[in-house]
Design a protein around this ligand. Structure first.
Ligand code: PEP
Length: 253
């Protein structure tokens, strides 16, 4: 099956109104030739600004996190329906920084993914092992468990609507990108694991994340089970992000 490539920019907790304007203008002006699906995920306070700037543009809007709850007395939380209201089509769930710094366990991630799907958002569920887990030979066990937990919460049909991002924790923000063969092996494992659970895995896009740049993207994108990228640092600089988008476009079916 041919899967359309997808490139997602995770701005993390970066940006300001002025910086966002500069970045978005450059992306819109200089990226007219990009022929691939692209999403940017700014911090919550800038969703309105970025959504407005992207109206009619080729870039879609996403958020970096959502609440497990729908509405009510949950101070500081942002619900899936609020994200839809602000024009988001996508949401990142279970990023390793959410898991390690904010204590999001597999069960919480699964509930959030379900909330996203119920609201009509496209969830990008992040999975990945730490360096210690890889060195101990536990990478597949850890990632397999992360995948199973989401599949059991969503069921086979729900899980078929997922986008998965494989982000080895040791590669995020470190400049140490996984070898293309290493990433491909884990992507194949994830697809096989989904398949084993009865999910229509051939249609599920699996993105790679972890120190992706315009330079290393082509070798990653050529791998048969790598369907795009979740990009952190490089998504904050227009030429770098556009370089990654162009690498994906040039391989788009
Ligand atoms: C990320 O935050 O999801 C990420 C992959 O970051 P970076 O590209 O900076 O490694």
């Amino acid at each position: 099956m041919v899967r359309k490539k997808l490139v997602v920019g995770n701005w993390k907790m970066n940006g300001s109104r002025a910086q966002n304007d500069v970045l978005l203008s450059a992306l819109k002006e200089e990226g007219r030739d990009v022929a691939v699906e692209v999403v940017v995920c700014p911090p919550y306070p800038y969703l309105g600004q970025v959504g407005q700037a992207l109206e009619g543009a080729w870039i879609a809007l996403g958020a970096q996190n959502i609440s497990s709850f729908n509405a009510g007395a949950y101070t500081g939380e942002v619900s899936a329906s609020m994200l839809v209201d602000l024009g988001c089509a996508w949401v990142i769930v279970g990023h390793s920084e959410r898991r390690s710094l904010f204590g999001e366990a597999n069960e919480v991630v699964a509930v959030k993914v379900r909330a996203a799907l119920e609201a009509g958002l496209n969830p990008i569920v992040c999975v990945g092992e730490t360096l210690g887990q890889r060195e101990d030979g536990k990478a597949e066990a850890v990632v397999g468990e992360q995948i199973d937990s989401v599949v059991s919460a969503l069921g086979q049909d729900g899980a078929a609507k997922l986008t998965v991002a494989y982000e080895p924790v040791w590669a995020i923000g470190t400049g140490r990108v996984a070898l293309p063969e290493q990433a491909q092996a884990m992507h194949r494992f994830i697809r096989a694991r989904l398949d084993l659970a009865g999910v229509a895995a051939e249609g599920v896009r699996i993105l790679y994340g972890g120190s992706v740049t315009a330079e290393n993207a082509p070798l990653l994108f050529v791998q048969p089970d790598i369907d795009g990228a979740l990009v952190g640092g490089a998504s904050l600089v227009a030429p770098g992000f556009l370089g990654i988008c162009r690498a994906a476009s040039s391989m788009a079916a």
